[in-house]
Ligand binder design. Structure first.
Ligand code: PMM
Length: 265
């Protein structure tokens, strides 16, 4: 899954694709590099980001979704708003990716259920507490599994079919670097949820922490793509359904290698 952030302020690639034509071109380039899916978002979720208003989010996202879908791209829409999801689906999006797991907008689950679209349910405890607060966990894997299980139940009760649900541990969302690493070390335990798994490690803070020496500042987000590809291989090896990344080329190779190694077992 390649990422197109149509935002002026995303932490990893802020502002670079903040124009419909440029965003569409970038989405097509990601497909040429091997993306099976392109995730289009118009709202930054970085810590401290203020929410964009609905009209602005629609203005950013819908034209990009429409053109990419008309070019045959399988488009996912990254949004916490039901209205954006609904219009994106009408414009040809195939999947809805909601970092709040359906909590931010009570109309989200009914809209996705009515459309019969796949829905990514991400774990973000901070959202429930009104912001990207620090998460405190005794056992991060068990707690993320339990909390995702509860969200999946709510989504099922809301009428989204079981075979339409994808789960995501929400790396970096109300989680410290150690939590992210522990979750990656135990991705196999997320399979108990019984749904395809999306892993979105791309350029995230914990990778900066891993790459920096003890006294060093972390490298900037755009210098974390090789590390991202390493996570992609590990996630593929652990049976992830998809990895969400900003730089597709290296990840597509990493996933191919992981698949070939699996095939040689
Ligand atoms: N992370 C970001 C945005 N959308 N969607 C899912 N499903 N999972 C994630 O972890 C996730 C996401 C934030 O990253 P970005 O601002 O670099 O795109």
């Amino acid at each position: 899954m390649g990422v197109v952030n149509v935002t002026p302020d995303s932490f990893s690639d802020g502002g670079r694709w903040f124009d419909t034509t440029v965003a569409v071109k970038h989405g097509l380039a990601l497909v040429a590099e091997g993306a099976d899916l392109v995730d289009v978002g118009g709202e930054s979720t970085r810590p401290g980001a203020t929410r964009v208003d609905e009209a602005e989010e629609l203005r950013r996202v819908i034209p990009v979704v429409r053109v990419l879908a008309s070019e045959g791209v399988v488009v996912s829409v990254d949004t916490m708003r039901a209205s954006v999801a609904e219009q994106a689906l009408a414009a040809g999006a195939a999947l809805v990716n909601d970092v709040s797991g359906g909590l931010a907008d009570p109309a989200m689950i009914p809209v996705v259920a009515a459309a019969g679209a796949p829905f990514v349910v991400m774990h973000w405890r901070g959202f429930l507490q009104g912001g990207n607060v620090k998460g405190r966990y005794e056992d991060v894997v068990a707690e993320v599994v339990d909390e995702l299980h509860a969200r999946v139940q709510a989504v099922l009760e809301g009428g989204i079919a079981p075979d339409r649900i994808v789960v995501d541990p929400g790396l970096g969302f109300s989680k410290e670097a150690d939590h992210d690493l522990t979750l990656l070390a135990h991705l196999d335990r997320l399979h108990v949820l019984g749904h395809p798994l999306l892993v979105a490690a791309s350029r995230k803070r914990f990778l900066g922490r891993v790459l920096a020496g003890p006294q060093e500042a972390p490298p900037p987000a755009r210098e974390r793509d090789a590390a991202t590809a390493a996570v992609s291989a590990l996630a593929a090896h652990a049976g992830a359904w998809a990895v969400r990344v900003h730089e597709v080329h290296a990840t597509a190779d990493a996933v191919r290698v992981a698949r070939a190694v699996e095939g040689a077992r």
